[in-house]
Write a protein that binds this ligand. Structure first.
Ligand SMILES: Nc1nc2c(c(=O)[nH]1)N[C@H]1C(S)=C(S)[C@@H](COP(=O)(O)OP(=O)(O)OC[C@H]3O[C@@H](n4cnc5c(N)ncnc54)[C@H](O)[C@@H]3O)O[C@H]1N2
Ligand code: MOO
Length: 407
C-alpha cells in the first residue's frame, strides 16, 4: 500500500467533530462553525482618544500660543465614569482616554496643547470639530458580522469576539487523543533501568505531538503484557472520552505483538504494510462507537513520522482545519541513501542561506536513531524510485510538528 492510499483511507474515514459552544477565552486555535455577530456598537459610546479637555470646538476659535483661550473646567471624566455629563458652551471637562465624551462637546483638545489647568485651563490651539473623538459605532455596528464561520481563532480574533460581547462561541472542539504505549521493555523516565529495559519515550513524544498540533491529550497510558487490564480493555475504557486513539508498538512480525493480537479477530482495525521508510507497519480502523485508532510502529522515529504523516491530517480534519502543509524545495548539501521501492521520509536539517533553502541529513536514518531525530527540524520526502540522494539534488521538505521556519 502506498502512503497516499493509506492516507486517503484515514482522511476518508475520520469526520469533523460535532460543534460545541465554548467560552471565548478557551477557544484559541479552534475553528468557528457559526458566524460571530456583534451584540453591541463598537465603540459603544462617543469617547475620547486623548487625555485632555472635552470642548466645543468653536469656543477655541483664534486660540494660539500667544493668545490662549481660557475655559473653566467643570470637573473630571475618567475612563469608567458611568455618569452622563453635559457640557455648556464656554466651559470644558477634563477627560481621559476612553472616557465618555459629555453631551454637547464636539472635540477633545489634548493636554499637551494646554497649561494642564485643573479649575481653569489655558488652551493654546484651535481644534476642528471631531478632533480626538472616537464615534459610537464607527468600528462595528450592533448586528454586524465580526468573524465568519471557518475562521480559526487566534488572539486577535478572540479580542474582537470579546469586544463584540461574545462570551462564548460555537467551534469544532480540539480533538481529545488517548495515547497508549505497549512493550514490556518500557519503564517511565526517572525509574532505574534494568538490563534490557528502556525509557518509554514514545508516550511523552506522542503526547507532545498531540499538543503541538492543537489537540488535547485525553489520557497517556502504558500497557504491559502482564498487566491486569488487557490492551483491549484499556482501549475500550479510554475510547469513552477520546476522539482518537494512538498506540505505539506491537504491530510487526514478532511473537509478542499485543496491538495486532488485540484486534486480530475483528476487522475493525486493519494492519497494512505501507511503502514508506520509516513507518512500514501501520494499523488503522474504528473502535468502540467509531473512534479512530491509529496503531503506529514502536520504533521512535517511525512512530513520530507516522504520527505526522497520518495522524496530524486526521486531527486537522476533525478540528475542521484544512490539510494544507507548507513544503519547500531545498537543495541537498550532503547526500544519503534511500531504500528502493519505499518513499523515504528522511530526517534532515533545513537551513536558509543566501543561496536559498538547503538540507543535509541530521544523522543516520535508522528508525531507532533518536539523536538524529532530535537534531532534525524537517522531513525530506524522497520518492520510492530514488535510491541515492545526491549533493545538489532538489528535494521536497516540510517541518516537523511544532518546528518554526529557520531564520
Ligand atoms: N521480522 C520483522 N521484524 C520487524 C519488521 C518486519 O517487517 N519483520 N519490521 C520492523 C519495522 S520496519 C518496525 S518500524 C518495527 C515495528 O515494530 P512494532 O511496531 O511491533 O514495535 P515494537 O516491536 O514494540 O518496538 C520496536 C522498537 O521500538 C522500541 N519502542 C517501542 N515502544 C517504545 C516506546 N514507547 N518508547 C521508546 N522505544 C520504544 C522497542 O523497544 C523496539 O526497539 O518492527 C521491525 N521489526
Ligand atoms: O518501517 Mo520501520 O518504521 O522502518 O523502522
Amino acid at each position: 500500500m502506498s502512503v497516499e492510499q493509506h492516507l486517503s483511507r484515514v482522511v476518508g474515514t475520520v469526520r469533523p467533530l460535532d460543534p460545541l459552544r465554548v467560552a471565548t477565552i478557551d477557544a484559541l486555535g479552534l475553528v468557528l462553525t457559526a458566524p460571530v455577530r456583534s451584540a453591541v456598537d463598537l465603540p459603544g459610546f462617543d469617547n475620547s482618544a486623548m487625555d485632555g479637555y472635552a470642548v466645543v470646538a468653536a469656543d477655541l476659535a483664534g486660540a494660539t500660543p500667544d493668545a490662549p483661550v481660557a475655559l473653566p473646567v467643570l470637573g473630571d471624566i475618567p475612563a469608567g465614569d458611568t455618569e452622563r455629563h453635559t457640557l455648556t458652551a464656554g466651559s470644558c471637562w477634563r477627560i481621559m482616554t476612553g472616557a465618555p465624551v459629555p453631551e454637547g462637546a464636539d472635540a477633545v483638545v489634548q493636554v499637551e496643547l494646554t497649561d494642564a489647568g485643573v479649575q481653569r485651563v489655558q488652551v493654546r490651539a484651535e481644534v476642528a470639530v471631531g478632533t480626538a473623538v472616537r464615534r459610537a459605532g464607527e468600528d462595528v455596528r450592533k448586528g454586524d458580522l465580526v468573524l465568519d464561520a471557518g475562521v480559526r481563532l487566534l488572539p486577535h480574533h478572540i479580542a474582537a469576539c470579546v469586544a463584540a460581547g461574545a462570551a462564548d462561541v460555537e467551534v469544532r472542539p480540539a480533538p481529545r487523543v488517548a495515547v497508549i504505549t505497549t512493550g514490556d521493555e518500557l519503564v517511565p523516565v526517572g525509574a532505574p533501568l534494568r538490563h534490557g529495559q528502556i525509557h518509554d519515550s514514545n508516550g511523552p513524544m506522542l503526547a507532545a505531538a498531540v499538543r503541538a498540533c492543537g489537540a488535547v491529550v485525553a489520557s497517556l497510558v502504558h500497557v504491559g503484557d502482564r498487566d491486569d487490564e488487557s490492551l483491549a480493555d484499556v482501549v475500550r475504557r479510554v475510547a469513552g472520552d477520546a476522539d482518537a486513539i494512538v498506540t505505539s508498538g506491537g504491530i510487526s512480525a514478532g511473537a509478542y505483538e499485543p496491538v495486532k493480537e488485540a484486534f486480530a479477530s475483528g476487522d475493525a482495525v486493519r494492519f497494512d504494510s505501507v511503502a514508506m521508510q520509516p513507518g512500514k507497519p501501520q494499523g488503522f480502523g474504528l473502535v468502540g462507537d467509531g473512534v479512530p485508532l491509529f496503531a503506529l510502529p514502536g520504533n521512535p522515529v517511525s512512530s513520530l513520522v507516522s504520527f505526522e504523516t497520518f495522524v496530524v491530517p486526521a486531527l486537522r480534519c476533525m478540528a475542521g482545519r484544512d490539510q494544507a502543509r507548507v513544503s519547500w524545495r531545498a537543495s541537498v548539501t550532503r547526500g544519503w541513501r534511500s531504500p528502493a521501492g519505499r518513499v523515504q521520509l528522511a530526517r534532515v536539517l533545513l537551513t536558509r542561506s543566501a543561496g536559498g533553502w538547503q538540507v543535509e541529513p541530521s544523522g543516520a536514518q535508522g528508525s531507532h536513531i533518536l539523536g538524529g531525530l532530535a537534531a532534525a527540524n524537517a522531513i525530506a520526502v524522497i520518492a520510492a524510485d530514488v535510491d541515492v540522494v545526491r549533493e545538489g539534488d532538489e528535494v521536497d521538505v516540510h517541518l516537523l510538528p511544532g518546528e518554526e521556519i529557520p531564520s
